[in-house]
Each structure stands twice: as C-alpha cells, then as structure tokens.
Design a protein around this ligand. Structure first.
Ligand SMILES: Cc1cc2nc3c(=O)[nH]c(=O)nc-3n(C[C@H](O)[C@H](O)[C@H](O)COP(=O)(O)OP(=O)(O)OC[C@H]3O[C@@H](n4cnc5c(N)ncnc54)[C@H](O)[C@@H]3O)c2cc1C
Length: 416
C-alpha cells in the first residue's frame, strides 16, 4: 500500500498501543487511528491484579506510554469507540454509533475477555453488585469498594489471576478463600511440584485454598443484588462479601469471524502477523500463530507476546515483513515471589528441580528428548535468562546437570 494510506487499529490494549507507535517508527507516513472501546489511554493489565489492586500505584503509572508519545507519533487516539463490523469489500469498519471509517490497512488487536462462570441458582446475574471478573481498570474500580480489611473474599479459579488477587487481598487484610475445580492450582501451566509449592505458600499466608472444589449452588441475598456464598458438592458452605472469578479467557474473534477471516482458536495469522486477508494483520491475545519451536499453532495470553507480535504486525504493514519467532515467556508476582516461565511444557517427559522450594528459590525444568522445552523459575532471574536460551536454542543437557545447583547454569551454554 502507499505509505500515505491510513492504518486503523481496532483495540487499544498492549498490542494495539505498541502497533500504533511501531508503525510510525517503521516509517509509515499516513494517518494512524487507534480505536478502543475502553475509555482513556492504553494501559498495562498486569498491575490490575498486583500493585494497582493493592492501591500501591497511581493510574498514570499503569499507562502503556504517556500521551506525549502518541501525540509525537501523530497517532490519533479514539477511545470509547467500539467497532461492530468490518466491511472488507469497501475496506471500512463500522462503529457502534453507526458511523463508518475507511482504512488502507487494518490491524486487529481485540484481545480476550474473561471466560464466563456458570452461576448455578442465580436468576439475574447481571444484577449482582459483588461478583466480578478482573480484566479492565473499570473492573478494579468495582472490586475496590469491597476490597477492604476483614471482608470475606471468595475467588473462583486457582490460576495466575486468582492467585495474584489472593496474595494482594491477604496483604490488604481480607479473609480469602480460593476454590479451584482441578486437583491442583496452576494446573494448565506448571508441574505438580510447582503447584504444590504455590499451594503451600498461599496456605501459609492464610488463604483457605480448596482444590477439587465443585460448586453446587450459589446463595443470593434477599434483594437479589449480592452473592452471599457458595455451597460445595461435599456440603461445605462458604460465605462471601465479594466474589472474583478468574477461570481463563476467550479470544475476541467475533469481528474477524463475521468478516469471513480464518479463525481457529484465535484469528489465524502467519509468522508475520498477516491474516487470511492481505490488507489485515492481527496481534496479541486474539491471534493464533505458527510456532516453529513447537511445530504447531499456538495462542498466547501474555504481554511479551502482545508486544512482540505487534511489532511484527507493524513491520508487515510498512512493507518490511519480519518473522515473529519469539519463545513464549510470562511472569507472575505473588507475595514476595517472582515466578518467571519460559516455553510451553505440554508433553514434557520429566520435570527436574534445581534448588530448594523450601528456600523459596528454585527452578523447574521440563525436559523432552534431551532438551529443555520449558522452565519455571522462582526468585532466580539469572537461571531464567539462561533457561530462555536453553529453550530457544534446544541445547542438549542432562537432568543431572540441571539439578546440580553447584554447577553454574551458564556453563551449559556454548562458549561465546
Ligand atoms: C489482571 C491481569 C493480570 C495479568 N498479568 C499478566 C502478567 O503478569 N504477565 C503477562 O505477561 N501477562 C499478564 N496478563 C495478560 C496480558 O495482560 C494480556 O496478554 C495482554 O493484555 C494482551 O494484550 P492485547 O492487546 O492482545 O489485549 P488486551 O490488552 O485485552 O486489549 C484489547 C483491547 O481491545 C478492546 N476491544 C476488543 N474488541 C473491540 C472492538 N470491537 N472495538 C474496539 N475495541 C475493542 C478491548 O476492550 C481491549 O481494550 C494479565 C492480564 C490480566 C487481565
């Protein structure tokens, strides 16, 4: 396309914000419009379950970039605008107010949304004032009024978000119960050894953590506007003043699907972030992309993926396609512990521990066919950096080498 044509970006989250600035950095000279259905500037989501929820961060501190960066790059920010349709034949998007905007190239960065929790026994879930998901700044504002010392917080879901909210709540003096349907926490992403460690940390901090918990019914207050608790299939009653659900996310692919783009567990993109329409790219949580490392398509829900894929999408839009081939990585902060994870552990044959979980500093390496396919590190930044290379470069190592904490992990890397 001519670099004078306009670029419209749908979704002003991590991917959309980065894509807008990167398109300018890549030399795009035409207008760049960044449309998002949330109010305000693009912001970071990770602090929503951590420092921002704790009240330790001002709202300005969670902005993705200061407004001046968008102004300088001449990115036109259009918050509070929802795109409801893509008319590919006319190269237009339609907004919820009925207006239409023409595009030269389009970028989809619509992210994901919380997976809805079935609320057995609740007649009118939309009336509930104390039941929330945690995805947006607006969600935090709603949670905050009841997020006070002494309140009984019931969290459904023992994944990252549920556990981070639990840690923040304990710090604020709430009484916390976590219900996880699976037999262990973090079941989708870690080995039993790491789950056990985190379960122990939360219980020691005072969380009433229940795994294999099957919620049979919810109780609702007399006026129908609050959940007062849940009864479990084993007969246990749990009372609550505030309920937060974190049971995963669903990619926002409906726009793409309705426009006839290929979608398969995310908007289907190639390694350069191109969708099945040559004029449309996509990036972030809403996409699935081919991973050369894992030999299959993957959909990631992480900030590093959103940012790096957005840069690849921007380069593609500017006629400088560059394959995106990063190794997936992620982090989670709970209490004083930093968990850093690299790679995907599905199909691992052996989990090797290095260091001592009791000392709150250890690493778990997931091995398959003599290489490390993924690793979790707790409080071990140096090991994490080496693990990233072990995974990315598929370097041959032995379990004995990984487990030997006296042997510097760095020595397993080829000499520079
Ligand atoms: C509480 C919380 C904690 C997290 N912690 C971590 C962490 O510690 N580390 C980490 O790596 N990741 C973390 N994540 C995940 C990370 O935030 C996401 O992977 C990241 O936000 C994905 O960026 P994105 O731009 O693809 O999507 P999003 O950030 O979801 O942005 C998409 C935007 O598009 C908007 N949108 C959707 N449809 C439309 C439409 N039709 N019209 C206009 N706008 C639309 C959405 O409202 C949203 O604002 C966390 C997420 C949450 C919610």
């Amino acid at each position: 396309m001519s670099d004078q044509q306009n670029i419209i970006i749908v979704g002003a989250g991590h991917a959309g914000g980065e894509l807008a600035l990167a398109a300018r950095q890549n030399g795009h000279a035409g207008p760049i419009l960044l449309l998002g259905d949330e109010p305000g500037l693009p912001y970071q989501r990770p602090p929503l379950s951590k420092a921002y929820l704790a009240g330790d961060m001002a709202v300005e501190a969670i902005q993705l970039k200061p407004r001046a960066n968008f102004d300088k790059a001449e990115v036109q920010l259009l918050p509070g605008r929802r795109v409801v349709a893509i008319r590919r034949e006319q190269k237009r998007v339609e907004l919820s107010d009925g207006s239409q905007l023409e595009y030269g190239r389009l970028a989809l960065a619509t992210g994901s949304r919380p997976r809805p929790l079935p609320l057995a026994g609740v007649a009118a879930p939309e009336r509930l004032q104390n039941f929330h998901y945690l995805r947006t700044l607006a969600d935090v504002e709603k949670i905050r009024s009841r997020f006070v010392a002494g309140a009984r917080l019931l969290i459904v879901g023992g994944g990252y978000i549920g556990l981070e909210v639990a840690a923040t709540a304990i710090k604020r003096g709430l009484r916390v119960t976590v219900l996880e349907a699976a037999p262990r926490v973090l079941v989708r992403v870690t080995a039993p050894e790491v789950s056990e460690f985190y379960a122990g940390v939360h219980r020691a901090a005072g969380v009433d953590l229940r795994t294999s918990a099957d919620i049979a019914a919810w109780s609702v207050g007399a006026d129908g506007s609050t959940l007062t608790g849940a009864s479990l299939a084993d007969g246990t009653q749990i009372e609550a003043d505030l309920v937060v659900a974190g049971i995963g996310v669903l990619p926002n692919t409906e726009l793409a699907e309705a426009a006839g783009l290929a979608v398969d567990n995310g908007v289907t993109v190639d390694e350069c972030a191109r969708t099945s329409d040559p004029d449309i790219v996509a990036a972030g949580d809403c996409t699935s992309h081919p991973s050369a490392l894992y030999g299959r398509r993957i959909r990631l829900e992480s900030v590093p993926n959103a940012l790096e894929q957005a840069r690849a999408a921007a380069a593609t839009l500017c006629g400088k396609p560059k394959a995106y081939a990063s190794v997936p990585w992620f982090w989670s902060d709970q209490y004083d512990l930093k968990l850093q994870m690299v790679g995907l552990n599905q199909g691992y044959e052996r989990c090797v521990l290095r260091g001592d979980p009791a000392a709150r500093s250890f690493a778990a390496f997931y091995m398959k066919d003599g290489v490390v396919i993924a690793a979790d590190t707790v409080g071990r930044m140096q090991d994490f950096l080496v693990a990233k290379r072990l995974v990315a470069e598929r370097l041959p190592v032995t379990a004995a080498q990984l487990a030997d904490d006296a042997l510097p992990l760095k020595s397993l890397l080829p000499a520079a």
